[in-house]
Design a protein around this ligand. Structure first.
Ligand code: ADP
Ligand code: MN
Ligand code: MN
Ligand code: MN
Ligand code: MN
Length: 366
């Protein structure tokens, strides 16, 4: 039996209900401002009351926060700006309340170091006539309060990998409540979540967001991650985006990035896909450097050439090949058009950085 790890700060949710039942004045809207912190991986948020319901991000005022507390400070100028960019319904507070994704700017209005959205949005604007679509498969691992995978026996390991991928049964999957709650929260918020499944390593799961066009891919995946951390928090469980949380014979976690342009999606598209792959083959090292937030170091633990990965040192591509850097799905090869799957991005990658380099390499380089 999986034992429940109680966090010291855990409270009684039944008591909370009493207060959540209090009527909310419709002229008082709670807007949760969300941003990416200085690690390039963590998300932060804080709430502001507005006296009307915002309908688009521009309706919300620019705000600020203390960058010295988020690894984002610039010397003694620790005020950072929050620039509203995308607005969603809030599945936690419901009603008129909102989630607001923001870009971070420094005191001098220059994008913060981990603000990769700024250049990504510019690149997406340049290539908008190609209508680039993305679908990202976000893998993640649930951890107990002690940092060990959720539901694993406390003094050992579950049986070897095999029965867990897309598994059913209390001895096969750990944490489905969190997965279900997150899925519904994404749908409610307005995220284009396209599916979910249990992964090869027990306590590891995946959800997919997409297809999303251009900058929306990064926006939606970041908010979907935020929702996942918040939902898991409610259950007293921790989400890890580490690409190799358990050493040894356990699969790592990635963020396979599926990509197509309008030309790839119509007849004759396979040739366009092959041309894109050829361009990507010449920039393997550059891609690896931006496919995790630590210049390739995180992915080095994951892209070993084993456990359904390619080696970090080599570029490869193939139809239906899950051991390649780039996979052309079998159906796409048969149809002669469709999309490609870049299997290299790490689970903790910044989707803005990933989608930016993909369009630059395939559409903006000679
Ligand atoms: P896998 O077979 O690799 O596990 P998944 O079903 O998990 O694939 O994920 C596939 C992703 O690709 C989904 O997010 C889906 O929305 C996305 N996708 C489907 N068609 C396209 C396309 N033409 N361009 C970009 N992404 C696409
Ligand atoms: Mn204060
Ligand atoms: Mn998948
Ligand atoms: Mn997967
Ligand atoms: Mn995949």
């Amino acid at each position: 039996m999986a034992q429940k790890q109680v966090f010291p700060g855990e409270t009684n949710k039944a008591v909370l209900e009493k207060f959540l039942d209090l009527p909310q004045d419709p002229d008082k809207v709670m807007v949760e401002y969300i941003w990416i912190d200085g690690t390039g991986e963590g998300v932060r948020s804080k709430c502001k009351t507005m006296d009307f319901e915002p309908k688009k991000p521009e309706d919300c005022p620019v705000w600020n926060f203390d960058g010295s507390s988020t690894y984002q400070a610039e010397g003694s100028n620790s005020d950072m700006y929050l620039i509203p960019v995308a607005l969603y319904k809030d599945p936690f507070r419901r009603g008129v309340n909102k989630l607001l994704l923001c870009e971070v700017q420094k005191y001098n209005k220059v994008p913060a170091e981990t603000n990769n959205r700024h250049t990504c949005a510019k690149a997406m604007e340049q290539v908008k006539d190609s209508h680039p679509w993305f679908g990202i498969e976000q893998e993640y691992t649930l951890l107990d309060g002690d940092g060990y995978p959720f539901g694993w026996p406390k003094n050992g390991y579950p049986g070897p990998q095999g029965p867990y991928y897309c598994g059913v049964g209390a001895n096969r999957v750990f944490g489905r409540d969190i997965v279900e709650a997150h899925y519904r929260a994404c749908l409610y918020a307005g995220i284009t979540i396209s599916g979910c499944n249990a992964e090869v390593m027990p306590a590891q799961w995946e959800f997919q967001v997409g297809p999303c066009e251009g900058i929306a891919m990064g926006d939606q995946l970041w908010v979907a991650r935020y929702l996942l951390h918040r939902v898991a928090e409610e259950f007293g469980v921790v989400v890890s985006l580490d690409p190799k949380p358990m050493k040894g014979n356990w699969n790592g976690a990635g963020a396979h990035t599926n990509y197509s342009t309008e030309a790839m999606r119509k007849e004759g598209g396979l040739a366009v896909i092959e041309k894109a792959i050829d361009r990507m083959s010449k920039k393997h090292d550059e891609h690896i450097r931006v496919y995790d937030p630590n210049g390739g170091e995180d992915n080095r633990r994951r892209l070993t050439g084993h456990h359904e990965t390619s080696s970090i040192n080599d570029f490869s591509a193939g139809v239906a090949n899950r051991g390649a850097s780039i996979r052309i799905p079998r159906q796409v090869a048969e149809d002669g058009f469709g999309y490609l799957e870049d299997r290299r991005p790490s689970s903790n990658c910044d989707p803005y950085a990933v989608t930016e380099i993909i369009v630059k390499t395939t559409l903006l380089s000679e």
